[in-house]
Design a protein around this ligand. Structure first.
Ligand code: UT7
Length: 335
């Protein structure tokens, strides 16, 4: 059996910085509330005309990851693209990346697992590499949230949280035992599907039907989140899935060199940090700068942690995510 390693990482965020004060000019919110409840100071939004889209940002992150992996685009044997905000209803962003980058006719798979999307995608790549089928898989998480948010006061509970951006990783075959992706752990619980959801427009919920079905103040073509319910489930599932990963590998919480949680809310990360008695150096957070970028948040954070020298060869790195579905997941990596 082969092992799989992350051999290159890249990230891209749009240049356009949107501060909490910027948001407070268009809706009834304020910097103090947003920082206190979420930790977010600013986020990036695609600006009309800047040429970005979910697939385009994914390409920008992917090019950096491929270069850092020391391979060429021609060495990529599979693309796995995680997003909840694809450019088109169909086809998926994976084939767009393939076309934009001029990658040969390898398989391109889109993953629809929201905030857990990157860890799910990493797990897919890991399986294809460990079975010996592929040597290099390109994994991307990218989101364009800003185009679909409600910027009136009605949407403030959701809109202030989310940001745009992309992260990418090249997952490559390695013969070195005990290194790389040690294990991944995936879960879902569909009974809570609508607690964090965007109902439509979709085949089951076209706009006229949505408006007819719903009370006037509930606009179902914007994302809906039952914030407190999601929060309560998140802290439980994050803890469970981190412990599951550690236990599988005979590791203790004290063995974690770096925990990179999905950047959902700084309070969630701080809760986990406190629960596991981790120091500030053992948990990486950058939600302050980028907001919650859903499937992009883990690869952006992991890439940035690596760029800052906070993830080093031999480190035990744990990734953990929770989000819409509900879905949750973890990965334990020996860097
Ligand atoms: O990434 C996927 C997973 N997502 C998550 O894990 C997110 C989980 N949930 C959360 O992060 C938090 O629940 C939120 C940040 C979304 C909300 O924080 P909260 O502490 O749960 O606040 P709340 O929804 O209970 O709202 C408290 C008050 C309400 O006012 P009243 O009813 O007490 O008068 C809201 O209307 O804050 C009000 N509020 C705001 N005020 C200013 C809600 N959003 C805002 C806002 N600015 N942006």
């Amino acid at each position: 059996m082969y092992t799989s390693r992350i051999t290159g990482m890249g990230k891209y965020v749009p240049e356009n910085v949107v501060t909490n004060d910027d948001l407070s000019k268009v809706m009834d919110t304020n910097d103090a509330w947003i920082q206190e409840r979420t930790g977010i100071k600013e986020r990036r939004h695609i600006k009309k005309g800047d040429g970005n889209s979910t697939a385009v940002m994914g390409v920008k992150a992917a090019k950096i990851a491929i270069e850092r992996a020391g391979i060429s685009k021609d060495d990529i044997e599979m693309i796995v693209f995680a997003t909840l905000s694809p450019d088109y209803y169909f086809p998926g962003c994976g084939v767009q990346v393939q076309d934009l980058m001029g990658i040969h006719t390898c398989p391109a798979l889109d993953v629809r697992n929201q905030c857990s999307g990157f860890v799910y995608a990493l797990s897919v790549a890991d399986q294809f590499i460990k079975t010996g089928m592929y040597k290099n898989v390109l994994v991307i998480g990218s989101e364009n949230h800003s185009g679909g948010l409600d910027f009136s006061t009605r949407g403030r509970g959701v809109t202030v949280i989310f940001g745009d951006g992309a992260g990418a990783a090249v997952i490559s075959r390695s013969d070195k035992e005990g290194h790389g992706v040690l294990s991944t752990h995936l879960h879902s619980e569909g009974k809570h599907a609508l607690e964090l959801s965007l109902k439509g427009p979709s085949t089951n919920h076209w706009v006229p039907a949505l408006i007819e079905e719903n009370p006037q103040e509930d606009i179902p073509y914007y994302p809906y989140m039952n914030g407190q319910f999601v929060f309560k489930n998140a802290v439980v599932r994050f803890s469970e899935v981190i412990m599951e990963g550690l236990k599988t590998n005979g590791l203790e919480v004290t063995d974690i060199d770096m925990l990179v949680p999905h950047q959902a809310n700084l309070r969630i990360s701080q809760f986990i940090q406190k629960k596991f008695k981790l120091s500030d150096d053992q948990v990486y957070n950058n939600i302050q700068k980028y907001g919650n970028t859903t499937a992009a948040s883990i690869p952006i954070a992991l890439c940035e942690a690596w760029e800052e020298g906070k993830v080093k060869e031999g480190d035990t790195v744990v990734l953990a995510a929770f989000g819409s579905g509900f879905t949750w997941a973890s990965a334990v990596i020996k860097w």
